[in-house]
Design a protein. Structure first.
Length: 249
């Protein structure tokens, strides 16, 4: 994770100079990933029941109105035993995130004791959204890959190239979401610069977009420009996605 520290420091200053240097500016948000396994004699049904109670608890304070929540279930992955499920919270800002965490740690003890999952890893991240799928979803799917940039390439340069690529791909009919993710506290150490997320709000859309890429996008100017910056993306893993709660604002 050779550039992660640099990225986290740069996040707070990047917006002041990006306007002069880059075509696109990232609008960063925060995300928490809770990877865990079901407790004895517990399963997805128990977790969904718990999630419903958690949402009722959230509504009492209003602190979680800006938070969205999804459940990720491993599908194409190297070690299926590593986790049964990943709980994902996405926040618009650290202020909202840590206000919610403070309330949870202060007042959420009873709910915590009834959680049917034991978490083995909890990761705090920054995210730079690149594109988002349009339309209503059902069960989605997401692919994560650990990516490194070529020597001398900055994360902002990569973001701009990804943004140009996503805009061009959308004009061809692409309907996928993309993010650059920067793990911070709790992240798995490794020699990569960021985690790249590619996702669809319908599983079938991943197949449609893959065929579209090879038929009409591969080799385009935007595709070649992006490949000039990215050295490699490895350790790809895929999860099915179920949305539990959508942010109200």
């Amino acid at each position: 994770m050779k550039k992660i520290l640099f990225v986290l420091i740069a996040l707070f200053s990047v917006f002041t100079f990006a306007q002069d240097s880059y075509k696109h500016e990232p609008v960063a948000n925060k995300a928490e990933y809770y990877a865990g396994t079901y407790n004895a004699r517990k399963d997805m049904g128990d977790l969904l029941q718990w999630a419903a109670k958690f949402e009722e608890w959230q509504a009492k304070s209003g602190l979680y109105d800006s938070m969205s929540t999804s459940l990720l279930v491993p599908y194409f992955i190297q070690n299926m035993a590593a986790a049964d499920v990943v709980w994902l919270n996405i926040w618009p800002s650290p202020t909202a995130q840590y206000a919610g965490l403070e309330n949870w740690l202060t007042n959420g003890g009873e709910l915590t004791s009834k959680l049917p999952v034991t978490n083995s890893q909890v990761i705090d991240t920054w995210q730079w959204p690149i594109s988002a799928p349009e339309g209503e979803g059902t069960i989605g799917m997401v692919r994560y890959s650990n990516c490194t940039l070529k020597e001398g390439v900055s994360e902002m340069q990569a973001f701009n190239a990804y943004k140009d690529f996503a805009i061009a791909a959308k004009e061809k009919g692409d309907n996928l979401g993309r993010k650059m993710i920067f793990p911070a506290a709790g992240g798995t150490q490794g020699d990569y610069d960021y985690v790249y997320s590619l996702y669809a709000n319908k599983i079938s859309q991943l197949g449609v977009s893959a065929d579209l890429y090879w038929a009409e996008i591969n080799g385009s100017d935007e595709d070649l420009a992006l490949n000039e910056l990215v050295d490699s993306c490895t350790n790809s893993r895929m999860y099915s996605v179920m949305d539990l709660k959508t942010a109200k604002n």
